[in-house]
Design a protein around this ligand. Structure first.
Ligand SMILES: [Mg+2]
Length: 449
């Protein structure tokens, strides 16, 4: 006798949280454009009435003020999600993705860029977290096991089909199956290569820079990254300090966080070439496709990297078409979530450009490792010249934090997207009412009085 079907399981709540960590006090994360970031998450939890108790967790990353705006944007999407059948949602997150992007009134706030698009990314990523938890697989594995036709059905090809057709995407994914089992074995044994930014924040003095750079090499990293762009004399000194600390065999990337105009970017990068920088990251505005192309032509063989602030697949397409970048830096929480990142990974594969994700922020390492591991198993098929950024703070706030061994991200094995924050961290760092902020704001009031 077959069981009597019960009512369909549905999404019952879309709960949002404004979570902020006081990272600016230690100058962690400081760079030429962002001197005092408080790493923050506009955090969302999809709850269901399923007996399994699984929830979908996702977030947008911001750096403090404005996180309440990001939370409000996520809240504006809730009517698209509440009441949705969980089985249908998890069988096809692409439909949710299309429905969110297609809200004709909210679309006016973008389209497909900025706060509203990041909110869509948070909700879509939460749906993928739920999907992977219900499938009992870490997301990288769910994606790598997925049928290529289904993966292609998850991608919105609007505005990119002149550069990548569904048939081409299918072809890349079908070819990606060859040797995938061997790569999975290697991934589980060795992990995926990482580089560290932890030594190079702009607010750190030379002693701290040296100590952390030496430690990074000792810990097995083959690449470090330095923030540059505030003061050229300082940059020359810091690059010299870092290069002498790590020696000639270690790759050293530099990151200007959009600080320069095009000509200035070229001059400044050339002034630092004696220290053999591997890439210059975000030399100018993330929207300036032709500017990146000009910089790339002028500073070669130094490579040009960008992407953490590239707002959608359309701009990535143009950067690739214009030959404007050597390294494509996806971000798991900037664009419209996993579905759009699938499009971007496939665009990068089509143009044969390596993907080295951005992960400086809270929870970004946890998320993006899944996308790079999928890329290795099922798309690019290689880790050559591919590294995921690693920064060493705030991981302890997550239930399934990243594990770094010998400069490699070890593949997560817990089902989901590694996005779930510890309930006690949420309770402590919710702004402004969590226990940390309430006490902090209270003590400031005391000082003022
Ligand atoms: Mg950067």
């Amino acid at each position: 006798m077959s069981p009597i079907p019960g009512p369909p399981v549905r999404v019952t709540a879309v709960d949002t949280y404004d979570i902020r960590f006081p990272t600016s006090r230690e100058l962690d994360g400081s760079d030429a454009m962002n001197p005092d970031p408080d790493y923050s998450a506009a955090y969302v939890v999809l709850r269901t009435d399923a007996a399994d108790g699984h929830e979908g967790h996702g977030f947008s990353f911001t750096i403090g003020r404005g996180n309440e705006v990001q939370v409000a944007a996520i809240h504006a999407l809730r009517d698209h999600v509440i009441g949705r059948s969980v089985d249908e949602l998890c069988a096809d997150p692409g439909t949710l993705n299309r429905d969110l992007i297609g809200d004709s009134q909210l679309r006016w706030l973008g389209p497909e860029k900025g706060v509203m698009h990041m909110a869509i990314g948070a909700v879509v990523n939460a749906a993928w977290d739920l999907t992977a938890k219900r499938a009992g697989k870490p997301l990288w594995q769910l994606l790598a096991d997925a049928d290529p036709e289904w993966l292609v059905s998850q991608i919105d090809f609007r505005y990119i089909s002149d550069a990548l057709t569904p048939d081409e995407a299918l072809d890349i994914l079908r070819r990606g199956r060859a040797g995938a089992e061997d790569r999975r074995t290697r991934l589980l044994e060795r992990g995926f290569p990482a580089y560290t930014t932890s030594a190079g924040w702009l607010g750190y003095d030379d002693e701290k820079l040296t100590r952390l750079a030496v430690q990074a090499v000792r810990d097995g990293f083959r690449q470090i990254k330095l923030k540059v762009g505030a003061d050229l004399d300082d940059d020359i000194r810091r690059c010299r300090v870092a290069r002498s600390a790590v020696g000639p065999g270690i790759r050293m990337a530099i990151d200007a966080n959009q600080r320069w105009d095009v000509d200035e970017a070229i001059r400044w990068t050339k002034a630092l070439t004696e220290f053999d920088p591997y890439w210059i990251e975000e030399p100018t505005s993330p929207d300036d496709v032709l500017g990146h192309a000009a910089i790339r032509a002028a500073v070669a063989p130094v490579k040009v990297a960008t992407g953490e602030h590239v707002q959608n697949r359309v701009v990535f397409k143009q950067l690739l078409q214009a030959g404007a970048l050597d390294i494509l830096q996806i971000d798991a929480a900037r664009v419209g979530g996993v579905n759009e990142n699938l499009a971007i990974l496939l665009l990068a594969a089509k143009f044969n450009v390596p993907v080295c994700p951005h992960a400086g922020g809270v929870g970004l390492c946890e998320l993006v490792q899944h996308l790079s591991m999928f890329d290795y198993l099922a798309v690019s098929g290689t880790t050559d010249d591919r590294v995921i950024e690693y920064v060493d703070h705030l991981h302890d706030h997550f239930l399934d934090p990243v594990v770094i061994r010998e400069g490699h991200y070890m593949a997560p094995t817990t089902p989901g997207f590694s996005a779930t924050m510890r309930p006690e961290s949420i309770a402590r760092y919710t702004f402004p009412g969590g226990t940390f902020w309430a006490a902090d704001l209270n003590s400031q009031k005391g000082h003022a009085a």
